[in-house]
Design a protein around this ligand. Structure first.
Ligand SMILES: *Cc1c(COP(=O)(O)O)cnc(C)c1O
Length: 421
């Protein structure tokens, strides 16, 4: 459920007409709903209660400071995968002890940044990283709290680019080698081992792979404890999928996911962390765009819109589906018209949808791409020298631009022509 609904024939974000936002800031833009973000965060906290837990929002899915502040004020922790995301979390007012640091390639500089700024734990992904972290922590006179990310070798049955829990993926250490790696971690002076981490992929639409992975983690917890390690925290990753095509998708609910967590690791006396990104932010955002032209081709009609692959790359990068709706509600009984929906970028890959029934739209009409809150704005670029797409947050009847569209002067001023040229 989200808060983008038609009211009086107009698409609203909560109590604000999307048309009014478009009239104020122009298109394209992302629009997020505070109520939806809040609701999704609470679904997880409710699903995990009464287990001791922390829901750490995966910043990489949507990293605007206003969104991080909103979730942080609700009590959310943050999962960061770079020094830049770590800085964003701090800048949004999230205390270090609610920030977990994931990622396969943390640099020594990033480790130093997080150790001095405060950190809940590092999710370590390899032995070389473990040794580097111990060195950095020791040089600062500190001990770094860590979990080690294990690769459980389960098939997440998701898009190959976002599956992370198979043995051929670059993530984590093979679960079969865990005893050996934990033994080395325990000997390293700059580390304090506190738990285990696992994350098997993104946009999972079935609970079975989670169950396989979490059962393996539960077994590993018992084994590592018997080998003398303290395992007081399990980070179970993110990855729960969302419905992108409302008409025919019904992925598992957070409540069922929570029940699965309780069933698999609930009796271990551990604190549970999860790192959802997409489920919190995905359906909390839309991308709003205007129709530039309707072009009649041979055997198909093109809707040429002012958003493009640089603004929302998921269709062209993952072949992803986004529902596309008219901002002005089609009158009852009006037949949909079928379009290929494309952007202005000079690549055939700049196609959002093929043969999609939308509405009988014309020049200047507004459309919205649904489910665009996650991996939308964060993956946007200025390809084709198109200004980085702005972001708007709605709460009740308020809206604010939370990232402005850059001016062309700003964009040009980032380049430097060398004196000797
Ligand atoms: C991407 C990622 C997440 C978030 O995944 P979602 O599918 O957005 O929930 C969480 N943890 C790690 C380590 C990730 O890489």
């Amino acid at each position: 459920m989200d808060h983008f609904l038609y009211r009086d024939g107009q698409l609203h974000a909560e109590d604000v007409a999307v048309r009014d936002i478009a009239a104020t800031i122009g298109t394209p833009f992302y629009c997020y709903s505070a109520a939806t973000l809040t609701r999704h965060y609470h679904l997880f906290t409710e699903a995990l209660s009464p287990l001791p837990h922390m829901v750490c929002f995966a910043i990489k899915s949507l990293s605007n400071l206003a969104v991080l502040k909103l979730l942080g004020d609700l009590g959310a922790g943050m999962d960061v995968v770079s020094g830049g995301e770590y800085r964003r979390a701090l800048a949004a007012g999230i205390p270090g002890d609610r920030i977990v640091f994931s990622g396969v390639g943390k640099t020594r500089e990033e480790m130093r940044l997080a150790l001095t700024g405060g950190i809940r734990q590092f999710n370590v992904e390899s032995e070389p990283e473990m040794r580097a972290l111990s060195e950095v922590a020791t040089s600062l006179g500190l001990r770094a709290p860590i979990t080690i990310r294990v690769n459980p070798d389960v098939d997440a049955k998701t898009h190959e680019k976002i599956a992370t829990g198979k043995s051929e993926n670059k993530f984590g250490i093979p679960i079969a080698r865990a005893s050996e790696v934990y033994a080395e971690a325990a000997r390293l002076p700059g580390l304090e081992v506190i738990g285990i981490d696992v994350h098997i992929g993104s946009q999972l639409t079935d609970l079975a792979p989670f169950e396989q992975a979490y059962l393996k983690v539960a077994d590993l917890t018992r084994r590592l404890r018997s080998e003398g390690h303290t395992i007081s925290r399990l980070d179970l990753g993110g990855g729960l999928g969302i419905p992108y095509a409302r008409s025919n998708e019904a992925p598992p609910l957070p409540m069922d996911y929570g029940a699965l967590i309780k069933r698999t690791v609930g009796d271990l006396g551990v604190e549970v962390e999860i790192e959802p990104g997409r489920l919190i932010s995905g359906n909390a955002g839309i991308l709003v765009s205007s129709v530039i032209y309707v072009k009649n081709g041979e055997g198909r009609d093109f809707l040429i819109v002012d958003a493009a692959m640089n603004d929302l790359v998921r269709p062209s990068m993952y072949g992803a589906h986004h529902d596309i709706i008219a901002v002005e509600e089609p009158a009852p009984g009006v037949d949909a018209r079928v379009f290929d929906v494309v952007g202005p970028v000079c690549e055939t890959g700049d196609t959002f949808a093929k043969a999609r029934p939308v509405a009988p739209l014309g020049e200047g009409d507004l459309i919205a791409f649904r489910s665009a809150g996650a991996y939308g704005a964060v993956m946007a670029s200025e390809y084709n020298s198109r200004p980085l797409v702005p972001e708007v947050l709605v709460k009740g009847d308020h809206f604010a631009v939370i990232r402005a569209r850059p001016t062309f002067d700003e964009m040009l001023s980032r380049d430097t022509i060398p004196e000797w040229l």
